[in-house]
Design a protein around this ligand. Structure first.
Ligand code: MLT
Length: 404
């Protein structure tokens, strides 16, 4: 008899954004006249930049001609893309990351979820609380955690690092030493950033304790302040303890196109074993690569025109962030984030639970956000709004919230 992977049964409910999607759909069906503004899931709204569209078109044409047609992509991704990433995302920032340490994929979510496969089941995982649910859920699915404790709203055998208002939503180094440490900066969901000196402390800690840091830098393009590292490899010693994930989704609007990459230094080892060959083996076995046309589009992100156009797009979203931040402050909300990240993290009014505030906002303002408790128990009484809406809707949403 076939048996299921019982670890899946430990997961309570559905994936956070699926639950929200369902609730909003039901509300929309019951209230067909409601003009719902979606600032929940971090999905972009602006069209792909013209320089990228041009690259897509020309790559599509190449696929239609026998002498330029491409079949399977190389295992790690096309060199033209890995080379430009290595130059522009890393070497230009003083990080010594070579093209063959970059694995092209169809997005950071899959890589963040899959990376745990190359680690043993006995590894102890540490995550921030609140946290992007993929890190925890993927470890639950593979059996690296205990059961879910509904009272604590936590899985057993996971080290949770509370990110509280009083510490600027920064995790503190845990007392129990983790084997795998997930960090995401600029942070989803709080929008907080870690200064370089602080990230260096985590790198030093990981090296001293033989831990591996799994660093999600999906939002690095939104950093506006100095002294905030764009890559963990800006820190000394990170090559010996870190893996980094990057995404084109938020950087260049590829949520529908799908493109990302993972960096694993060739000299990164744990217990004497190299990690690069394991991920290469997994990549080669389970994945056939991002489409050629999408990798061509990715390379166009680094062209002069592409760069300029996506900078304008990021500035547009960050303009939205400012409108939300300032509008909510005026309305008396306690808010943070939104300066180096496209997420605004607010405290719910009158100590409302995050889900009560979700319902309140949906019903009274027809605005969708994300309940903080969906990211972990320390997200309770907080709420996330994204800056990825269009300008008109963002202004309208803020106006509606101010009237509540
Ligand atoms: C989010 O809203 O947290 C993100 O869009 C989720 C993701 O990137 O997968």
């Amino acid at each position: 008899m076939a048996q299921i992977n019982k670890n899946y049964l430990k997961l309570p409910g559905s994936y956070l954004f699926s639950t929200i999607g369902k609730k909003v759909r039901e509300y929309g069906e019951a209230n067909p006249d409601a003009e719902i503004i979606r600032l929940g899931i971090g999905d972009v709204t602006q069209p792909i930049a013209p320089a990228i569209i041009e690259a897509l078109h020309s790559a599509v044409d190449e696929m239609g001609s026998a002498d330029t047609f491409k079949g399977y992509a190389p295992d790690l991704g096309y060199e033209f893309l890995r080379d430009v990433i290595s130059e522009k995302d890393f070497k230009a920032r003083g990080c010594n990351i070579s093209s063959d340490e970059i694995f092209i994929s169809d997005g950071a979510k899959c890589d963040c979820g899959n990376i745990q496969e190359i680690f043993g089941l006995d590894n102890k995982v540490a995550v921030c609380d609140p946290v992007y649910p993929v890190y925890v859920d993927s470890n639950v699915m593979s059996g690296r955690t205990g059961e879910y404790d509904a009272t604590l709203e936590r899985f057993k055998d996971v080290i949770y690092m509370p990110c509280l208002e009083e510490n600027g939503f920064m995790p503190e180094i845990p007392t129990e030493v983790p084997d795998l440490i997930y960090l995401c900066f600029p942070n989803n969901p709080t929008g907080a950033v870690m200064k370089k000196a602080d990230l260096q402390k985590w790198v030093d800690y990981a090296n001293e304790n033989d831990s591996i840091i799994l660093y999600d830098a999906a939002y690095e393009a939104y950093i506006s302040e100095e002294d905030v590292p764009h890559s963990i490899f800006e820190c000394e010693g990170a090559r010996n303890c870190a893996i980094e994930f990057r995404s084109f989704s938020k950087t260049a609007g590829f949520t529908g196109l799908r493109l990302g990459y993972t960096v694993i230094p060739k000299d990164l080892t744990t217990g004497g074993d190299e990690l690069w060959p394991l991920w290469a083996r997994r990549h080669g076995t389970k994945y056939n690569g991002a489409p050629y046309i999408v990798q061509k589009a990715g390379a166009a992100v680094y062209s002069e025109q592409g760069r300029k156009q996506i900078e304008e797009q990021i500035a547009y979203y960050m303009g939205n962030a400012k409108i939300i931040l300032e509008g909510l402050k005026e309305a008396g909300y306690s808010v943070s984030g939104g300066v180096n990240a496209p997420y605004i993290w607010l405290k719910t009014p009158d100590n409302m639970t995050s889900w009560d505030f979700f319902d309140f906002l949906l019903e009274k303002a027809n605005v969708v956000g994300t309940p903080g408790s969906g990211f972990g128990p320390h997200g309770e009484h907080f709420f996330r709004l994204t800056a990825f809406g269009n300008r008109e809707n963002t202004i309208k949403a803020v106006e509606r919230i101010k009237l509540l």
